[in-house]
Every structure is written in C-alpha cells, then in structure tokens.
Design a binder for this molecule. Structure first.
Ligand SMILES: Cc1ncc(C[n+]2csc(CCOP(=O)(O)OP(=O)(O)O)c2C)c(N)n1
Length: 368
C-alpha cells in the first residue's frame, strides 16, 4: 500500500530531523543545468499549508505549514514514483508466476526484486523471500499479522539501553491494530518509556474487511489510551514528514512512545488473490485516485509554484522506469542460491554448526 511508499520518506525525515531541526536550505549560487533551463529559473523553495492533525493526549501537534525545497521535492517525487513502479512490476512478475509471495519493504529495488524471485543477489541472499527481508536498521516484514509490533518495541528497548539517542518506527495495518499483542506492547512501551513510534497505516481495509466492520473504535490514534497519538493525512508527503519529525522529537525528548495513524488508501486488492472490488465500488477507488493521489498532489504543488517543469518530472519517470526494468531483468536472470548455502547465516558471526534437515539423519552445515 501507500505506506510502503511513505517508508523511505519517513526514514529520510528521521535522518533530517536528527541531523538538523528543519528543512535543508538550498545552496545559493549553484547552477545546475536541467533540460534547457538553468537552476536559477526555478523557485528554490515554497511553503505549503498542510492539514491539521487530530491530537490525543497532546497539547500541541505538528505545524500546519511545511517548507519544501526544490531538491527535496524532486527527491520525494523520484522515490514515490520508484516505489509505485516497483509495486506494479512486482504485480506483473507475480502474474507470470516468477514471484510466489507478496510483501516487500526496505532496501534497494534490485535487492528487493531479486529477493522476491529468490535469487542469490536478493537482500536476504534469496533465502528469505517476500516475508523475511532484513538489512541494516531494518527488521523486516512478518508472516504473523501484528507480530512486528512487539519486535519493534524490543528494538526500541535496545535503542534506549545503548543510549545512542536512536528510536524505532514500527508499522502495522488497521487490521493488525486489533491484535492482542499490540495492546501488551503499548503497555510495556509506556511503562518503560521506550523511544518507539507506533504507526498504524489505516488504509480502510484489512484484507477485505472495512475498518467499520472490524474495529469497535476506528480512531486508531487514540487506541494507545495512555500513549499520546496524532492522526495524520497519510496521502500528503509533507504532512507525513512533519508528523514524523514531531513524533521523533517526542521520543528523543524522553517522553516515551507515541502513536501515529496515517490515513491512506489501498488502490489494489490486499494480495494477488484479491481483485479488490468485491467489498467496495470501483467508483470509490477512482474517486481517491483522481482526488487525493499522493504523487499527483506533490507534482501539482511543484508545478504550480514553478519548482519543477513538466519535462523534468517526465525525465524522472523515464529514469525510474529504466531502473525498475533493469532490476527486474537482474531479478529474473541472477542464479538461485546454491544448495550448499541452504543452512548458512542462521546465526551471526558464530563458528560453523550442524543443522538438522527434514529428518534427524540428514545433517547440514551452517556457516555464518
Ligand atoms: C495472526 C494472523 N492472522 C491472520 C493472518 C492472515 N492475514 C494476512 S494479512 C491479513 C490482513 C491484515 O490487515 P491490515 O493489517 O489492515 O493490512 P492490509 O490489508 O492493509 O495490508 C490477514 C488477516 C496472518 N498472516 N496472521
């Protein structure tokens, strides 16, 4: 869903917030030739009004205005188009039976694609598949709906314990929000004041069940009860960025966990076996696409303020398409991992161990 698109931007916002408090200034005097125009022809930055967040147990929320520089805008645009293109490509490969499962987050396009197709160059060396992708500072998807939330609180505990002023962002869907373990996690995270941002991606449907049919309260930002919460327009990249900065500052100030509900929408079905139109109308989907698409919104903002030209954005689209095609090419031609490596990398940095196969007599070796 759109949360996947927002992930990269969130991590960018976190890095930015950590480095310096506020948006980056445009370096004056740099003249980069873009198409036939020069850099100086474009508006270097602009401020936009963004939707006010609903607050729970908070006196103040994120700002209602956001500064966007031309550089940031172009980079968000590229990221958002890349994620959308990648999802469409994965959809295509799944239909060709090259990808057999469907869930993907984090990493580079190439590594993710190759993991989805189970190849050696995949982010988990082709052995994790769609549900088990890990990389530095990224702790994966999870086959058990909601199970990543307690894991996230554990990571937040490690952040606090190591005292490096880091925090953990843990994401789950509106469907997952009804799982019992989420509430156990809220309790411990609040008690121990863990630096954890809980993000509920409310895309209105858990598989095929609408939120109203599944949740006694659809105010997901309030469901942490004693944990402060904000409800954010998840379709607006600037709103998400400002809210994420706000939440990160809350955690870094030692105030404990905070909950963010991102209101968004899922254009496609839950998975490849769900056509996505048996529990909602095509008109509903079309309405969101035409009125509040996150990429269109950013594009509109940049064009209306002369921060970018139509041609320039089209050029980015072409580059993105090419990157995705190259990644898909790699993911369908890279070899599968060799059988001898099947059991490797079970533990990190341990001497070789013996691993039991499908029966107690088949012994395999594991090297980390
Ligand atoms: C404990 C558990 N129950 C059920 C499932 C099957 N399942 C996979 S995804 C899903 C729906 C999750 O809904 P939501 O969190 O809203 O995510 P979205 O549909 O928006 O991707 C279900 C029921 C599962 N994987 N784990």
């Amino acid at each position: 869903g759109s949360m996947r698109k927002m992930l990269t931007i969130i991590s960018g916002a976190l890095r930015g917030a950590a480095a310096r408090n506020g948006a980056q200034a445009v370096s004056e005097g740099t003249r980069v030739v873009v198409s036939s125009r020069t850099y100086a022809d474009f508006t270097p930055q602009a401020t936009f009004d963004i939707k006010k967040c609903d607050l729970h147990r908070l006196e103040e929320g994120p700002p209602q205005q956001a500064l966007l520089t031309r550089e940031e805008g172009l980079s968000y645009y590229r990221t958002m188009q890349t994620v959308r293109r990648m999802e469409l490509k994965a959809d295509q490969l799944y239909k060709q039976k090259i990808i057999r499962g469907f869930c993907h987050l984090g990493g580079t396009v190439r590594e993710i694609m190759a993991e989805l197709t189970g190849r050696r160059g995949g982010i988990a060396k082709g052995k994790g598949g769609s549900m088990h992708m890990y990389t530095k500072n990224f702790y994966g998807g999870n086959g058990i709906v909601g199970a990543q939330v307690p894991l996230g609180a554990g990571v937040a505990l490690a952040c606090k314990y190591q005292g490096r002023n880091e925090l953990c962002v843990t994401l789950y869907g509106d469907g997952a929000a009804n799982q019992g373990q989420i509430f156990e996690t809220y309790n411990m995270a609040a008690l121990w004041k863990l630096p954890c941002i809980f993000i509920c991606e409310n895309n209105k449907y858990g598989m095929g069940t609408s939120v109203e049919r599944a949740a006694a309260s659809t105010d997901y930002y309030k469901r942490g009860d004693f944990i402060p919460g904000i409800r954010v327009d998840g379709m607006d990249v600037l709103c998400v960025r400002e809210a994420t900065k706000f939440a990160a500052e809350h955690c870094r100030a030692g105030k404990g966990p905070i909950l963010m509900e991102l209101q968004t929408y899922r254009y496609h079905g839950h998975s490849m076996s769900d056509p996505g139109v048996s529990y909602r109308t095509r008109e509903e989907i079309q309405e969101v696409r035409s009125k509040s698409d996150p990429i269109s919104m950013l594009k509109e903002r940049m064009l209306s303020t002369n921060m970018a030209s139509v041609d320039e954005l089209k050029e980015i689209d072409v580059e993105v398409r090419k990157e995705i095609e190259d990644a898909a090419q790699f993911a369908t031609t890279d070899p599968e991992p060799p059988l001898e490596e099947l059991c490797n990398h079970i533990f990190y940095n341990d001497p070789p161990i013996e691993v039991r196969g499908t029966n107690p007599w088949s012994k395999l070796k594991s090297v980390s």
